[in-house]
Design a protein around this ligand. Structure first.
Ligand SMILES: [Ca+2]
Ligand SMILES: [Ca+2]
Ligand SMILES: [Ca+2]
Length: 220
């Protein structure tokens, strides 16, 4: 900004509603006649878009050498622009679910949720799954709903408790600026009686002596 006050010496201060304001300052802080004044950030820790979206403050020029000490005030408004300074946050540090083994394709496993304090695309979250068994499940990238993802035609035993009783996966939440957060997802398979008893052979033979009181043959 440019200040002009003919032949007078004046001080420059930053205030807000009449009291000292420390978020911004000016340089120089005193001048004679006219001066170009820069408004600078004095305390960047207070520039948090998630807390305050704009600042209104005054720059006061006050004469120092005159008896009257005349002053003039200019009001400034500074609007903050959002930066992507927050990663998504899950509502749980870990998710643990349990479903029956051999659950069919589309079975709902559970739903994760995350928030992001930034605005617009910086706060828009996309979910994805990772880990060894991630292909056996699918997650809705927008809602976080997790479902079983098996092809019954080709992978009859994909969710077989005897193979993987507990599966450790990860869920990633990514915002529109590329910041990510990952949590563990543990899916246990509940036992179901999916093994029909079968004989190893269909024909068994045994011999016994006449007059025997018992007949022993091992059936497996
Ligand atoms: Ca912030
Ligand atoms: Ca932000
Ligand atoms: Ca963000």
């Amino acid at each position: 900004i440019r200040m002009k006050k003919d032949n007078s010496v004046f001080n420059l201060t930053v205030s807000q509603n009449g009291s000292t304001f420390g978020v911004f300052d000016v340089s120089p802080t005193s001048a004679t006649g006219s001066a170009t004044v820069s408004v600078r950030v004095a305390d960047s820790s207070q520039l948090d878009y998630e807390t305050v979206k704009s600042f209104v403050f005054e720059i006061v020029a006050r004469e120092t050498k005159t008896a009257a000490k005349l002053s003039s005030t200019a009001t400034f408004t500074v609007f903050l622009l959002d930066a992507n300074d927050n990663a998504p946050e899950f509502n749980q540090s870990k998710y643990t679910y349990s479903i029956p083994e051999n659950s069919p394709n589309g079975t709902i496993v559970g739903q994760v949720a995350a928030t992001d304090r930034d605005s617009g695309s910086y706060g828009a979250i996309t979910f994805s799954l990772g880990g060894t068994n991630a292909n056996k499940f699918r997650i809705d990238p927008n809602t976080g709903l997790i479902r079983v993802n098996v092809n019954a035609d080709s992978d009859l035993n994909l969710l077989d408790r005897e193979t993987y009783p507990v599966m450790l996966l990860s869920v990633q939440a990514m915002d529109g600026g590329g910041l990510t957060r990952t949590v563990q997802l543990e899916i246990s398979l509940e036992d179901r009686n999916d093994k029909t008893p079968t004989f190893q052979r269909t024909v068994y033979e045994g011999s016994l002596y006449e007059n025997s009181l018992s007949f022993d043959v091992t059936v497996q």
